[in-house]
Design a protein around this ligand. Structure first.
Ligand code: NAP
Length: 246
């Protein structure tokens, strides 16, 4: 069995997931890059390899339960191990609660919450055998304090907190940690169309007067998934420039 730790990062084609993948590869992990389409993942794989790192590509819709669970099992079998799982893929379908459709609710819960449970359940088998695992679920400050227009998103992100703390308790004795990193406003495609007025208000609400960068989240994930973070579990780490402090 290879000694190199294997990390699965979902939503690795762009934004925060891409930055996490590049950082974990730089730290010596073999990174399995997950999102729906292979082409953007191939670009990330090349960027990792250009920097001397190792990666492979797994194109799958994490909202498709059976396919996603099977993909995780396939990765563990093919690579012979699975050490780190970063559930980062996420979408928004914003609407005021009274106008929110069943589809908007269901899609966000499936991609942002259920996919994390499915991946953890499938990955835990390998991690338990290895008696080592690092699971990180990427939530959001919306899941900590709520956000008008995001009942589906905030519920899914808040759900990740309960899921993570429960997994931390269930699997801690097997050398597996499970934590949450909750980003504030980070400059990615997801926040690209907020407009100057909202961006200025957001900056004003922060102790550190700038929007976050994907690398800010990647740095937190790198520590939480490191071998030395074995005593850190069930925690919610808000990387939000001091916006919530809760
Ligand atoms: P982004 O730029 O929109 O990227 C989202 C990623 O998720 C893409 O790689 C996308 O790839 C992937 N994805 C979406 N649906 C998927 C599906 N069904 N199956 C597989 N992959 C899927 O988002 P981001 O800003 O980097 O956000 C990353 C995470 O951080 C999300 O969970 C988000 O909720 C959270 N977050 C972001 C912010 C922020 O300010 N940006 C703040 C708080 C929390 P494809 O479209 O190619 O499949």
């Amino acid at each position: 069995m290879s000694e190199t730790r294997v990390a699965v990062v979902t939503g690795a084609s762009r934004g925060i997931g891409r930055a996490i993948a590049l950082r974990l590869a730089k730290d010596g992990r073999h990174v399995v890059l997950v999102s729906r389409s292979a082409a953007p993942l191939a670009e990330v794989k090349s960027a990792i390899e250009d920097g001397g790192g190792e990666a492979s590509v797994c194109a799958v819709d994490v909202g498709e339960r059976a396919a996603w669970g099977a993909a995780i099992e396939g990765i563990a079998k093919e690579r012979g191990r699975l050490d780190i799982l970063v559930n980062n893929a996420g979408i928004t379908r914003d609407n005021l609660s009274l106008r929110m459709s069943d589809e908007e609710w269901d899609e966000v819960i499936a991609v942002n919450l259920t996919s994390a449970f499915v991946a953890i359940r499938a990955a835990a088998r390998s991690m338990m055998k290895q008696r080592f695992g690092r699971i990180v679920n990427i939530a959001s400050t919306s899941g900590l304090v709520g956000n008008a227009g995001q009942a589906n998103y905030a519920a899914a992100k808040s759900g990740l907190l309960g899921l993570s703390k429960t997994i931390a308790r269930e699997l801690g004795g097997k050398g597996i940690t499970c934590n949450v990193v909750a980003p504030g406003f980070i400059q990615t495609d997801m926040t690209a169309n907020l407009g100057e007025e909202i961006t200025d208000k957001v900056k004003d609400a922060m102790a550190i007067k700038r929007l976050g960068e994907a690398g800010d989240i990647a740095a937190a994930v790198a520590y939480v998934t490191s071998d030395e973070a074995g005593f850190l579990t069930g925690q919610v780490i808000a990387v939000d420039g001091g916006m919530t402090m809760c």
